[in-house]
Design a protein around this ligand. Structure first.
Ligand SMILES: C[S@@+](CC[C@H](N)C(=O)[O-])C[C@H]1O[C@@H](n2cnc3c(N)ncnc32)[C@H](O)[C@@H]1O
Length: 239
């Protein structure tokens, strides 16, 4: 994506968070500006027009903010990129800490109405029905291995043909970069008041196996450019 377009998109995507206060606004700008996953997902065109997206562990709803900002830009004719922006997406985000992000939810809803909704909840107890795509970005490792298995089973049995599961995980064989990301994730979780001391990570081959053994077709892509982490994006589709 051209640098000028990315800057414009960053501006539009972070703008709603101004209403959520200075800290949220600058945090969001930093994350959207540095994390390659948002631009990459937009560019690869995995989400189709009018897809209903369930974002598990949505945090401040950045995925929704990014895609809906791209739609706004493209609707206003300011979209010089050679790829199409999906229109009419709807996002339901679920996060353990969504209450703490209520201001983000209000700010996004004031612009996009009910097309975005960030709700409080545990992804292991969430109704997964009625979605075309489920995203879990940097979240699966917070739940135990057995819970991961159950959640992946539930997702697989809920998604229909063509259904999409997009996850980003750390590669447990990613050496120092992987250990650093674990340290950061634990520090952030504790700062949020979560009393966790263990993260449940797997080597990349095991993550891929967990998806392929459930009948997903999987593509894997390194997704840490410009960050000190060892993250991989897995796009898994029901055949
Ligand atoms: C590293 S952040 C990622 C946030 C978001 N996916 C993003 O990319 O901006 C991890 C998020 O997962 C949430 N989380 C952890 N365990 C969860 C669970 N069992 N159910 C729902 N959310 C959870 C945390 O509250 C946190 O907001």
């Amino acid at each position: 994506m051209q640098a000028a377009l990315k800057r414009q998109l960053l501006e539009v995507a972070s703008q709603p968070y101004r209403a959520a206060g200075n800290f949220q606004y600058h945090w969001v700008r930093g994350k959207l500006g540095r994390d390659p996953v948002f631009a990459s997902l937009l560019k690869q065109g995995s989400l189709l027009h009018r897809a209903r997206v369930l974002d598990l562990g949505c945090g401040r709803g950045l995925l929704a903010a990014w895609f809906l900002a791209a739609e706004r830009l493209s609707a206003s004719g300011r979209w010089p990129a050679p790829f199409e922006v999906p229109k009419g997406l709807e996002f339901c985000g679920v996060d353990l800490h969504a209450d703490a992000y209520a201001t983000s939810n209000r700010a996004l809803q004031s612009l996009y109405g009910r097309r975005v909704s960030l709700v409080s909840g545990d992804m292991c107890r969430t109704d997964l029905h009625g979605f075309d795509a489920i995203t879990i970005l940097d979240v699966l490792h917070y739940i135990g291995f057995a819970q991961q298995e159950v959640l992946l089973d539930q997702i697989r049995s809920t998604l229909g043909p063509g259904g999409l599961l997009i996850i980003r995980v750390g590669n447990g064989r990613g050496g120092l970069r992987f250990r650093f990301s674990q340290w950061v994730d634990l520090a952030v979780a504790r700062a949020q008041g979560d009393r966790i001391s263990t993260l449940y990570c797997r080597p990349l081959s095991e993550w891929i196996h967990a998806l392929e053994s459930r009948g997903f077709t999987v593509t894997a892509q390194a997704m840490s450019d410009g960050t000190p982490f060892a993250n991989v994006l897995l796009v898994a589709r029901v055949a």
